[in-house]
Ligand binder design. Structure first.
Ligand SMILES: [Zn+2]
Length: 677
């Protein structure tokens, strides 16, 4: 699979709202009963808003955490399961969509057949790697593995040209790690050492299942760890990768090939039958120089072992049970999840990954009404005008830059619910009783779809998330905000609840996504999605000064044990949270000022309209995480934990102090409040 940003097994597209990994039924939604009235809202607003929720909510055994996203996702899984069970029992009279989603799910649910087959469904692919006679023949095997699944050694993908977003070009980038981030290989603290041991145990387990002797399995683990450690050393740190300028290295095809002669990229591109291209972006050129050294120093045997490992690891969740269990044990070491999800949940998720816009069609038919879309559009409008007003009144920005910012804001497009045009899966063959075959073919189908984009104009209608996804994103190249149908449900968006709560929840989320267009990363792209500096020098300095206040503020928050948040890694998300809540409040005040507004004056649960606004935001982020999972996220997640998505923002809002009757400036021990937008 080819994708720009990969976090564990969840693909996070650009700036998503903040939910990683996979998946507790519970009645979710805004509720006064979640509030712990024994807590002073001025001291710890998160604990106040979520205290009772935290007392009554347990992390489900089959999840690393629980929060609103997880609760809504669990509801969705039940809906999707019904759709898939119906589709899989439909027989030959089904339409092509139901045949594909039904047979994918049905084959996945046939656990007995999968167990009977053992490793056989993957054997041909593993043998193909074994047959490579020398290192130069190995590139053919690597190209094949990239096509059908994981990305050993490096990543290859299609993405808009940073300087001409209308055109899609080829990218090569760092990659090839099995642990979540380079730090896992390079740091010596005990938790990181433990994680490497878990990976080593996992490699030994899968190798042994695949008929290696004890000493062979041990040797395989050593080879894989050695190669991945070298790749980790060559990789750029996640925080540095936040700056698009650090990933901007367009060069000729020949120059890219020369960076790593031993990689044989010319052969690789030809193996993949890419469209013609003369230039490509090498996101991290230094990585490829060091990759070349790895290819020269490692034996053919070690490299084959490494490539086979990646294929086996990627396929393990869809092989016989012993493979599934070994894979789960490894993931469990990283995220603390107590039990594996029941098979049906895993199979629903697999069908969503493989055929998301086919399954998504059925999902929106059942769940998504046009009236919801109309109300969302109205809210997006009001958030956009609030941001426009906010920009106009910013005390630190000069008129020239304000004008540019307004141009960019006016150009932001929005996508709500589901795509106008559904993806065509007619060329993808899905067979009953062939889980691994379906899995590999679906991966290849998607890889080829991505490769075909190279040297073509950007398709701005395309979606980066499937309709049932409980998430949202801003895409800088498209300069667009996107809200799949999955997130347009309580507690994010509730058609039955008062507008104050909705403005604090989905309103502030819309504001969050809009603000991404103007955070430390987004501000470097212009209205057309091109990497271009449109800032007056003085304004850029003022921005940096204000952003560093936020980076420092969040760097003091404790994620778990003695681990503090990385204020630089989370800067964009924290900036978006602070900006999002502020402009949602501006939008709400304008709405409530209008005659006939639903909220004027009433006191739901004893709370004023504006208090309900803040409660709406806070309750979106009620959350419990297993400690292992917290430790992992602090390393890889650009989002802050729920507690700080609430308290971090409240510390910066004099409006909050006023609404809740708090002593002014209470939050930061007298330190200055931070404000960018
Ligand atoms: Zn975000």
């Amino acid at each position: 699979m080819f994708s720009p940003v990969i976090v564990l097994r969840a693909v996070v597209i650009l700036l998503s709202l903040g939910y990683l990994a996979t998946t507790a039924p519970a009645q979710s939604g805004f509720s006064i009963d979640n509030i712990d009235k024994s807590v002073d809202p001025c001291t710890d607003f998160y604990q106040f808003a979520c205290g009772n929720w935290m007392k009554k909510t347990e992390i489900p055994q089959d999840r690393p955490s629980v929060n609103s996203f997880v609760e809504v996702d669990e509801r969705n899984l039940v809906t999707l399961r019904e759709i898939l069970e119906k589709a899989s029992s439909g027989g030959s009279a089904r339409n092509p969509i139901d045949q594909k989603i039904g047979d994918y799910y049905g084959a996945c649910m046939d656990e007995q057949a999968v167990n009977r087959q053992g490793l056989a469904p993957l054997s041909a692919e593993l043998e193909r790697i074994d047959r490579a006679k020398d290192k130069s023949a190995l590139i053919d095997a690597i190209a094949r593995v990239h096509l059908i699944g994981p990305n050993p050694l490096f990543n290859f993908y299609a993405s808009p040209d940073l300087h001409n977003a209308d055109m899609v070009i080829a990218y090569i980038d760092q990659g090839g790690l099995s642990l979540p981030d380079r730090n896992y290989y390079l740091k010596d603290d005990p938790k990181m050492v433990e994680a490497r041991k878990s990976l080593s145990d996992y490699i030994i387990a899968l190798s042994t299942l695949s008929h290696a002797s004890a000493s062979e399995a041990q040797a395989s683990a050593e080879m894989v760890l050695r190669i991945e450690t070298a790749l980790a050393r060559a990789s750029m740190d996640l925080t540095l990768r936040r700056d698009p300028k650090n990933l901007d290295h367009k060069m000729s095809r020949q120059a890219a090939i020369r960076l790593a002669p031993s990689l044989s990229l010319a052969v690789y591109f030809s193996d993949l039958s890419t469209p013609d291209f003369s230039d490509l972006n090498v996101a991290n050129p230094d990585f490829f120089k060091q990759l070349n050294a790895v290819l020269e120093s490692e034996s053919l045997e070690a490299l084959k072992t490494y490539v086979k490992w990646h294929l086996l690891n990627d396929a393990a969740p869809w092989l016989a049970n012993p493979y599934v269990e070994a894979n789960f044990k490894f993931r469990q070491a990283l995220n603390g999840q107590a039990e594996i999800q029941p098979r049906w949940k895993r199979c629903v998720q697999a069908t969503d990954r493989a055929l998301g816009e086919a399954l998504g069609q059925r999902y929106v038919e059942q769940t998504f009404g046009e009236s919801g879309k109309a109300r969302m559009l109205k809210m997006v409008d009001s958030l956009e005008s609030a941001l426009s007003e906010d920009i106009n009144t910013l005390p630190w920005m000069t008129e020239l830059t304000k004008k540019q910012a307004q141009i960019k804001l006016a150009a932001i497009r929005n996508k709500i619910g589901y795509p106008d045009q559904w993806r065509d899966y007619s060329q993808l063959t899905i067979k009953p009783g062939d889980l691994m075959g379906n899995f590999l073919r679906a991966n290849e189908f998607e890889s080829r779809r991505q490769i075909a984009k190279i040297s073509k104009p950007l398709d701005r209608k395309e979606w980066g998330m499937t309709p049932p996804t409980v998430n949202a994103y801003y895409n800088g190249s498209n300069n667009e905000i996107v809200f799949p149908a999955g997130i347009l449900q309580p507690p994010f968006f509730d058609r039955t609840i008062d507008e104050n709560v909705n403005f604090g929840a989905i309103g502030a989320i819309i504001g969050h996504e809009l603000t991404h267009g103007f955070d430390d990363q987004g501000r470097k792209f212009d209205s057309q999605g091109n990497l271009r500096d449109w800032w007056a020098e003085q304004d850029a300095k003022e921005f940096e000064k204000r952003a560093s206040c936020i980076a420092q503020e969040y760097s003091n928050f404790i994620a778990v044990d003695n681990l503090k948040l990385n204020g630089s890694l989370t800067l964009g998300e924290n900036t978006a949270d602070n900006g999002g809540v502020r402009i949602a409040l501006i939008a709400l005040q304008k709405t409530n000022g209008q005659p006939g507004s639903p909220a004027s004056g009433n006191q739901l649960g004893g709370y004023t309209p504006e208090q309900r606004f803040f409660l709406g935001w806070a309750q979106v982020w009620c959350e419990k995480r297993r400690p292992e999972y917290s430790r992992m996220l602090v390393n890889v997640d650009p989002h802050s934990p729920g507690r700080y998505r609430v308290n971090g923002v409240m510390e910066n809002m004099p409006e909050f102090d006023k609404v809740w009757g708090c002593k002014a400036g209470r939050g930061r021990g007298g330190a200055e409040m931070c404000r960018v937008w």
